[in-house]
Ligand binder design. Structure first.
Ligand code: PAF
Length: 311
């Protein structure tokens, strides 16, 4: 069955009344397993014209996996209308090559999102999000400086600018983000608060492979050897967690435990390990409350991140 799209008016049309209830197709007559595709701002407005509230929104860059599926399922369970976006946001990539090689799997993404119950998929072009003459940038201060911000200059400005545009267009009541990108979650939450964006930012747990590797669209770029080595991130986090559970409260000892585990894996190149305050992301020496363990590690040209909250 052909998905909705330009030139294929959705059954029921944008003006059709919504029958209501989680899982009900929006608009009426939409094949339940295929989201209504909007590729332009105008098509998105039409798709949302009669959508019931609360609207749940899951912004993604596509290449959907079980981690995204868990976000969509949570949005589905909590809202009568669910919107996802698939947009590989060029402004948050530091290297053009990384942007170019980012996996693009639109047909599979739509099948997965539709099966879980996404009603609308917003799939804009770069020009639709950043039209000619675009001059605006959203910058969040201190929280973006350490960790990913230090390793990837400008990355968070790209994220916050892109997410601010998406939140402004979708005007969702709730937006769902994975805890795997813990710093991104904090930064987006800060931005939404500071700018008075009326969307609740909901953080959702990390989903892992059975061997502990956190799900990420980048995992598909690993060679079989790198994939076999990648669970070392989880082992490093668990080594530090084990010390903490045994009463260790020195941040440097936990960082050393993570680094020691990672250095045993010859395919891994460590970008950083961190044991930080989970609300400011400042490195901790003495741990007197909750803490966030995090790391970024490269396998060849593929960079993976992971984290573990201690509370
Ligand atoms: O986490 C991501 O996939 C992206 O950073 C996001 C939130 C979709 C913004 O482009």
């Amino acid at each position: 069955m052909a998905p909705y799209g330009p030139g294929a008016p959705p059954p029921g049309g944008p003006g059709a009344p919504y029958p209501g209830g989680p899982g009900a197709p929006y608009p009426p007559g939409r094949p339940v397993r295929i989201p209504w595709i909007a590729r332009t701002r105008a098509e998105l407005r039409a798709a949302l014209a009669n959508a019931p509230h609360p609207i749940g929104f899951v912004p993604t860059m596509g290449a959907l996996h079980a981690g995204h599926a868990s976000l969509i399922a949570r949005a589905r369970a909590e809202n009568p209308a669910v919107v996802i976006s698939i947009f590989v946001n060029p402004t948050q990539f530091n290297e053009r090559a990384d942007f170019d090689k980012y996996p693009r799997t639109e047909a599979a993404d739509l099948a997965l999102a539709g099966a879980i119950g996404a009603d609308v998929a917003f799939i804009p072009s770069v020009e639709e999000i950043y039209p000619a003459g675009f001059q605006t940038s959203v910058h969040v201060g201190g929280l973006t400086e350490p960790l990913e911000g230090a390793a990837r200059p400008g990355h968070f400005d790209g994220v916050t600018t892109g997410v601010a545009i998406l939140l402004g267009l979708v005007r969702a009541d709730r937006a769902y983000f994975g805890q795997k990108d813990a710093q991104q979650l904090l930064v987006v939450r800060r931005m939404a608060l500071d700018l008075g964006i009326g969307t609740e930012i909901v953080g959702c747990p990390i989903v892992r492979e059975p061997d502990g590797l956190a799900l990420s669209s980048r995992n598909t770029l690993l060679t079989p050897e790198q994939r076999a080595a990648a669970p070392v991130l989880r082992r490093a986090l668990l080594a530090a967690r084990g010390l903490w559970e045994g009463g260790e409260r020195n941040g440097e000892s936990l960082r050393a435990a993570m680094l020691g585990t990672l250095l045993k894996e010859p395919l891994a190149t460590v970008d950083y390990v961190s044991c930080a305050d989970p609300s400011t992301l400042q490195e901790l020496t003495a741990i007197s409350g909750p803490a966030l363990l995090s790391m970024a590690v490269r396998f060849g040209s593929v960079r993976l991140i992971d984290n573990e909250p201690l509370a």
